[in-house]
Design a protein around this ligand. Structure first.
Ligand code: PLP
Length: 438
């Protein structure tokens, strides 16, 4: 009998044995194509010797030194490289151990910024209904999945949720994509005014929505309008790139494609590429200086912030991405994957939408393609697709809660950046057979 507490207590999972490139192998020898990099994590694939060498070199020097006493070379070098290659104005990097922690740090920094700058009444957070920001209480409160929040609602911070930018379902007939984006962004202004602008601290959104929607990018101009609204009312803009960041969409940061400068960005997953558990909260000099010139102490932290081994692994991952020109490869292979998905599923009766950017692609599964009617949640389509794909030797990331965080199914694909054309074909063929089986 196992003593591990698994998340799904009734599941009977195979034991992982090894990984190589885009494939994972379980103990029985079964081979799986990692079509989603787990949950958009394994961007370099499995078993990369350079990353393993960077980790063991750091382990041999020193594994851990508490950030209350020391900084470390890998943390300093990684922060420099991220700030150098990051969105405009981003200047400081706070390292944590994962995505939820990064989002917690972002929320707390936003709050503390307003305390330090003499606006302590600003405490409200606005997020979007189609979103996932993590599973710790603050991040969970921000997330859009009502079913995730419901059991913990009495012990969570209050958050408002506005509509996402979700062209497939929400753009009206006769409206251009741009007009739709301006209308969708307008919901933020309405909500700020409803709450009272002087009480709102931040708006948080994923530039390309991942787990809850299957790679949904915003339409052109949406995020620029969001930025304008935030500026008008002095609200901070937090972009959660935990899933879509670190090259996944074809630029190092997804927000580069939106032409906006966020106040805070969160990253994780692809930062350590699965080689170490790591995340980061990046912010502008303005926010950092508010603390530096104020209390001088960010009231947040964990034992493992800035862990030297995690930072050494992430530094090696980021250098690999830059030195091997992998982000250009994401664009090229992403186009190839998009074409293959359109060829295979463009006319599929149960595929309503095919979307995404770079190697971050999603398909939305519907009961009826013409009316866009979703499957009833009790049919468990996403779970059945996941199981059928897994049986066929494909790891993909199907989730429910696509529509307003409640109904709807999609499949999210986020393969390693090293994927080859024949593996893209294998991925699409296996996904096709899984959809057929369901
Ligand atoms: N934010 C986004 C956009 C995510 O997709 C996730 C995880 O899927 C998180 C935050 C939470 O990250 P973690 O699971 O590493 O805590």
């Amino acid at each position: 009998m196992s003593h591990v507490f698994p998340r799904h207590t009734k599941s009977d999972l195979p034991v992982i044995a090894s990984g190589e490139g885009c494939y994972l192998f379980d103990k029985s020898g079964k081979k799986y194509l990692d079509g989603s990099g787990g949950a958009a994590v394994s961007c370099l694939g499995h078993g990369d010797p350079e990353i393993a060498a960077a980790i063991s070199a750091q382990l041999e020097k020193v594994a851990f030194a508490h950030t209350g006493f020391f900084t470390s070379e890998p943390a300093e070098m990684l922060a420099d490289l991220l700030a150098e290659n990051g969105p405009a104005d981003i200047d400081r990097v706070f390292f944590v151990s994962g995505g939820s922690e990064a989002v917690e740090a972002a929320i707390k920094l936003a709050r503390q910024y307003f305390i330090e700058t003499g606006e302590p009444q600003r405490h409200r957070l606005i997020a979007r209904r189609q979103s996932y920001h993590g599973n710790t209480l603050g991040a969970l409160a921000a997330g859009g999945n009502e079913w995730r929040r419901r059991p913990f609602a009495p012990i969570m911070i209050e958050t408002s949720h506005i509509a996402p930018c979700y062209e497939y379902r929400n753009r009206r007939e006769g409206e251009t994509a741009f007009e739709y984006g301006q209308r969708a962004a307008g919901e933020l202004e309405d909500e700020i005014l409803r709450l009272g602008p002087e009480t709102v601290m931040a708006f948080i959104a994923e530039p390309v929505v991942g787990a809850t929607a299957g790679a949904v990018p915003a339409v052109e101009g949406y995020f620029r309008r969001i930025r304008e609204i935030c500026d008008t009312y002095g609200v901070l803009m937090i972009l959660d790139e935990v899933m879509c960041g670190m090259g996944r969409t074809g630029t190092l940061f997804a927000c580069e494609q939106e032409d906006v400068a966020p106040d805070i960005v969160t990253i994780a997953k692809g930062l350590g590429a699965g080689y170490q558990p790591v995340g980061a909260m990046l912010c502008t000099a303005k926010l950092y200086e508010a603390i530096e010139n104020g209390s001088g102490f960010f009231q947040h932290g964990h034992t493992y912030i800035g862990h030297p081994v995690a930072c050494a692994a992430s530094l090696a991952v980021l250098r690999a991405m830059l030195d091997r020109d992998l982000i250009a490869r994401v664009q090229e292979k992403g186009d190839r994957l998009s074409d293959a998905l359109h060829t295979a599923f463009g006319q599929h009766p149960h595929v309503g939408d095919i979307r995404g950017r770079g190697l971050f692609r999603g398909i939305e599964l519907v009961e009826d393609r013409a009316t866009k009617a979703p499957f009833s949640p009790d049919r468990n389509i996403n779970k059945r697709v996941k199981a059928a794909a897994f049986k066929a030797g494909l790891i993909c990331y199907p989730m429910g809660g696509t529509i307003d965080g409640a109904r709807g199914d999609h499949v999210l694909l986020a393969p390693p950046f090293i994927i080859e054309d024949n593996q893209i074909d294998e991925l699409v063929t296996k996904l096709d057979s899984a959809l057929e089986a369901v």
